[in-house]
Design a protein around this ligand. Structure first.
Ligand SMILES: Nc1ncnc2c1ncn2[C@@H]1O[C@H](COP(=O)(O)OP(=O)(O)OP(=O)(O)O)[C@@H](O)[C@H]1O
Ligand SMILES: [Mg+2]
Length: 106
């Protein structure tokens, strides 16, 4: 199981969510408003109040490439600040309602 964490521009969220929802095996996501800066962040960018969006998505490893490409292509404008996608490993998942674990809980 892998976690895909994506920082995207707020105005791209509807497009990205629509694309993810259309995926038949898509398990779910968490959305947060965040602030940050990238490698070429200026002081102005650092104090920028316009929010970025963070998506957190845990998927079976077999879905990672597909989901990453859906996010990348639907969050892309080609201009600086489009965001970044991070992929990491997840040890355990538990569905609270049933006690199911790992892939069964996704
Ligand atoms: N290395 C990083 N670690 C954690 N968060 C990051 C990192 N790089 C970027 N971010 C987050 O992603 C947001 C968007 O980053 P951004 O797209 O500006 O990256 P960049 O490396 O500057 O690329 P670009 O040249 O396309 O602007 C930042 O505001 C920050 O929240
Ligand atoms: Mg940048």
């Amino acid at each position: 199981m892998k976690e895909i964490k994506a920082i995207i521009q707020e105005f791209m969220l509807p497009k990205v969510v629509e694309a993810l929802r259309a995926h038949p095996e898509f398990p779910g996501l968490t959305v947060s408003r965040v602030k940050g800066f990238g490698r070429y962040g200026t002081e102005a960018e650092l104090s920028e109040t316009s929010p970025k969006i963070k998506l957190e998505i845990v998927v079976p490893a077999a879905l990672v490439d597909n989901v990453v490409e859906l996010i990348r292509s639907h969050a892309h404008t080609g201009r600086p600040g489009d965001g970044k996608i991070f992929v990491s490993s997840i040890d355990e998942v538990i569905r609270i309602r049933t006690g199911e674990r790992d892939q069964d809980a996704l």
